[in-house]
Design a protein around this ligand. Sequence first.
Ligand code: GAR
Length: 188
Amino acid sequence: MHSIIIFASGRGSNAQAIIDYFRNTGKAKVSLIVTNKADAGVLEIARYEHIPFLVIDKQTFKEALFIEQLQEYNPSLIVLAGFLWKIPDAVIHAFPNKIINIHPALLPSYGGKGMYGHHVHNAVIADAKEESGISIHYVNEVYDSGNIIVQARCPVHSNDTADTLAQKIHRLEHYFYPRTIEFILNHP
Ligand code: GAR
């Protein structure tokens, strides 16, 4: 049984999709949820699903201890799902090729620091792009620049708002993220 650790800062709809996808498969399970926000929606999911969770904060964060805490769960994969801290280099080095992220745009466009959630969708709409999409990629030391594993596209219409585009993006994410995780676990 593969162990998956999810890092999330927000509502956690991707976390929920991943939990649901692997439920009762016997292949993988979400063993830990990490968040940097004590009021993140993803914590309600963790409590409801009886998944252990860890809340981290900048004041008390200790890199070495954090790595040990993650190692206790022996993760096959660490999955960032709307996690808004930059992953410290030491954590990346402790889990080589085991950390992936989902970004709500077609990287390398609309990535980098400060580009998350509606900031991304607003920028895509402001540029009158006719399509957007998602990028699932490995995490390296530079924001949103690791090797891309999968991209999927959706149209952007002239009447789309950040909210309607976010809905389309979430639909793609909920479909592709669990299946991409499964693919990676099957092809280590
Ligand atoms: C997702 O759309 C994800 O791509 C995005 O945050 C959202 C989290 O939604 N991540 C980023 O923007 C990272 N730069 P969720 O909490 O409902 O899963």
